[in-house]
Unconditional design. Structure first.
Length: 196
């Protein structure tokens, strides 16, 4: 019986030596460089599990987790974390916002089908570049990947899918003039990439 009491008291003493999240955050704010890595070590796996569950994709969870930790670091430095909540809930809130942002971006991105890439290679840029149709198709495919998400989306929707600027503006949440302007910018970038 005495052995069990000694083991229990040793275990309790060990747990008492482990700093709480609030203590680690206070230490971090006071310049302790080991405090944030200790927080990260404590919560990283649980955060990745949470993100994996919410995303439904374990392979992308590590990226979202890393972005979450970076934002948490910046918020702690700026003093935007207040101790009334639990630190893990704070991390989960950041992660949920990152996941929402990721899903919003994916919802606006349209993947171009290959056959329409060939159509635009033949119809839009062959005369300007002097390349044969097959070569231009390959170059155009690479060039489209270099465009930003919104620029790529507007090119695909307008030139590949035949959508009007009104429809595109509604989908992207911008004005019709903004859609036209973005399309012109995207075409200039596309022409520049194809010319390289």
């Amino acid at each position: 019986m005495k052995k069990h009491i000694k083991k229990l008291s040793a275990l309790l003493k060990k747990k008492a030596d482990i700093p709480s999240d609030a203590e680690l955050i206070a230490a971090f704010r006071n310049g302790d460089k080991k405090a944030f890595p200790a927080l990260s070590k404590r919560w990283s796996q649980k955060l990745i599990d949470f993100i994996s569950y919410r995303l439904g994709d374990r392979s992308r969870a590590a990226d979202v987790s890393q972005e979450t930790w970076m934002e948490a670091l910046l918020k702690l430095k700026a003093g935007h974390y207040h101790e009334e909540g639990k630190f893990f809930q704070f991390l989960c809130g950041i992660a949920v916002n990152k996941i929402k942002h990721l899903r919003t971006e994916e919802g606006h991105y349209v993947h171009p089908p290959s056959e329409t890439l060939e159509d635009i290679a033949g119809n839009v840029l062959v005369e300007e570049t002097g390349m044969d149709r097959k070569m231009l198709f390959k170059v155009l495919k690479v060039a489209l990947r270099k465009l930003g998400c919104r620029e790529r989306t507007i090119i695909v929707l307008h030139y590949f899918r035949g959508r009007s600027f009104e429809e595109i503006a509604t989908r992207l949440g911008i004005s019709i003039a903004g859609a036209r302007s973005l399309c012109s910018k995207a075409l200039r970038q596309l022409r520049m990439y194809v010319a390289l």
